[in-house]
Design a protein around this ligand. Structure first.
Ligand code: NAP
Length: 473
């Protein structure tokens, strides 16, 4: 006999793939529901939860990272489980989750980065910001990356978003000011040996169109021992920008312009390191000696309004060559396809309508029982809080589709079945309880060294620690 999905007899079982902020917001929205009985199982390929909060947010932004306390509260709700170290799509096929759950929510973020697609991009010394951010944050995928900080004196960062500013700040900041954070040990050592003196922050559009938040650029301008150079001529806005600022520009644009004007009016000599903001310039070629980066060729641009009035950059045919030894591309992220899940290759996201996954990028037909949240849903935009509202919106659609629908009954031991299945597959999964022990262990180790946390940075190290801590209790 069937029973309504979400009733006491027949809980609504949701598998969430990914355990970053969007996954936790989705789990929270589901588990908070007072009318329905819901369970959520979060699967992450890493042994640790929290996605970009652990592996992306800069170590000197501990205030932002403290949002993990909220995720802890979600994890404490009845019906929540975490299965870390489970790589869905590789070790566990999506089809095997489909068989065991009423709905899947893809919360896989954007794990790759956009390419510039210009000559020389493959030269040693040209990196994506993703690699550098993952490296200093101790992300297992990036801990072994090498950045030639000991050779580089001048570095260029391409892009004018908050990631570009994070990279500039970490490169410019006195390493002593990072020492008490949860930055990876090896990264702190690497930054201590760094010879970087000048950091170029290069935007393809003007100062009014920069994507960074005023708070971030203000923080940059207040760093001890660091000068921020903005050329006065760049702050004489062109007509397109001036017009756009009065109609159509986001509210941050005017604040950014004011802050950058203040930087332009301040002398920045005598500092140990300087950040030079360049605008209206696009990289067209990285040049080197065949292996290592030696310079970047940039084309200067001018702005023209498109059909919607948005200022867009257009090459002027005027070029400059700037000697640099390291380059970081901070021009945005894109998703990686998950086997058996539709993917929109052009946009780098999972095709969806309001969070309901569509059968293909060019289809209008929803794939029953499949949902998506966060950057995998809308692309790499917004601050952490944006993902909260976004996950809630997807959960609403899921409950609209499934809540109260008649469903076949479940076996009495249905909740144990996935656990047994993972064991049968030989997957050594990490539970939330395991993670909480690791969390305490990292914090304790950190405290002993006068730091917020001493991160474990390899999967092997994390799993060995889980194993050891399990046997302690
Ligand atoms: P973003 O904000 O979208 O910025 C990307 C930048 O790359 C833009 O300046 C963009 O210029 C530029 N760009 C794109 N394609 C380019 C190309 N081919 N050549 C040159 N420049 C190019 O992305 P993000 O910095 O990666 O950040 C992702 C999201 O995470 C954002 O929502 C951000 O606010 C958030 N985030 C927040 C924080 C924080 O709160 N502290 C920290 C990090 C990230 P156009 O504007 O001309 O396209």
């Amino acid at each position: 006999m069937t029973a309504p999905l979400g009733s006491q007899q027949r809980p609504l079982r949701v598998a969430i793939i990914g355990a970053g902020p969007s996954a936790f917001y989705a789990a929270d929205a589901l588990l908070k529901n007072e009318d329905l009985r819901i369970t959520t199982d979060l699967f992450d390929r890493l042994p640790t939860p929290f996605g970009l909060v652990r592996g992306g947010v800069a170590p000197d932004h501990q205030q932002i990272k403290s949002v993990a306390k909220m995720y802890d509260r979600t994890a404490g709700r009845p019906g929540f489980r975490f299965f870390g170290n489970v790589h869905v799509g590789r070790d566990l096929p999506v089809a095997e989750l489909r068989e065991r759950y009423d709905a899947l929510i893809l919360a896989v973020g954007n794990e790759s980065d956009r390419k510039l697609s210009i000559p020389g991009e493959e030269l040693g010394g040209v990196h994506s910001a993703t690699e550098f951010v993952g490296w200093y944050n101790g992300h297992p995928d990036y801990r072994d990356h090498q950045f030639d900080l000991e050779r580089a004196e001048r570095v260029a960062i391409f892009g004018n978003g908050n990631v570009a500013v994070d990279v500039a700040r970490v490169l410019a900041k006195d390493p002593d000011a990072l020492a008490s954070t949860d930055i990876a040990d090896y990264a702190l050592e690497g930054l201590r040996r760094s010879k970087v003196r000048e950091i170029l922050l290069i935007g393809r559009r003007g100062p009014a169109q920069a994507a960074f938040s005023p708070k971030e650029i203000k923080e940059l301008s207040e760093l001890d021992g660091v000068g921020v150079e903005v050329r006065g001529q760049d702050m004489d806005l062109d007509e397109v920008s001036s017009h756009w600022l009065t109609c159509g520009a986001p509210s941050n644009a005017l604040k950014n312009v004011e802050l950058l004007r203040a930087c332009a009016a301040t002398a920045c000599d005598g500092h140990q390191r300087k950040i030079v903001c360049r605008f209206l310039a696009s990289p067209v070629e990285f040049r080197g000696d065949g292996e290592r980066l030696g310079s970047v060729r940039i084309e200067l641009a001018e702005l023209r309004a498109d059909d919607q009035g948005t200022p867009r950059p257009h090459g002027t045919g005027r070029f400059e060559e700037i000697p640099i030894q390291l380059a970081f591309k901070a021009i945005g992220y894109r998703g990686i396809p998950i086997p058996e899940v539709p993917f929109d290759d052009r946009r780098g996201i999972i095709p969806n309508r309001e969070g309901r996954i569509l059968t293909a990028a060019d289809s209008d037909e929803p794939l029953a029982g499949h949902y998506v949240v966060g950057w995998a849903k809308r692309g790499p935009t917004g601050l952490l809080g944006t993902n909260n509202a976004d996950s809630k919106a997807t959960v609403e659609k899921l409950l609209e589709d499934l809540g109260g629908k008649p469903a076949e009954p479940l076996a009495a031991d249905h909740a144990d079945e996935i656990v047994e299945h993972l064991r049968a597959l030989g997957i050594d999964f990490v539970t939330y309880e395991d993670w909480q022990k690791v969390d305490r262990y990292e914090q304790e180790k950190g405290r002993e060294a006068g730091r917020v946390r001493a991160k474990l940075t390899s999967v092997e190290e994390l799993l060995a620690t889980v194993e050891r801590l399990r046997s302690v209790d």
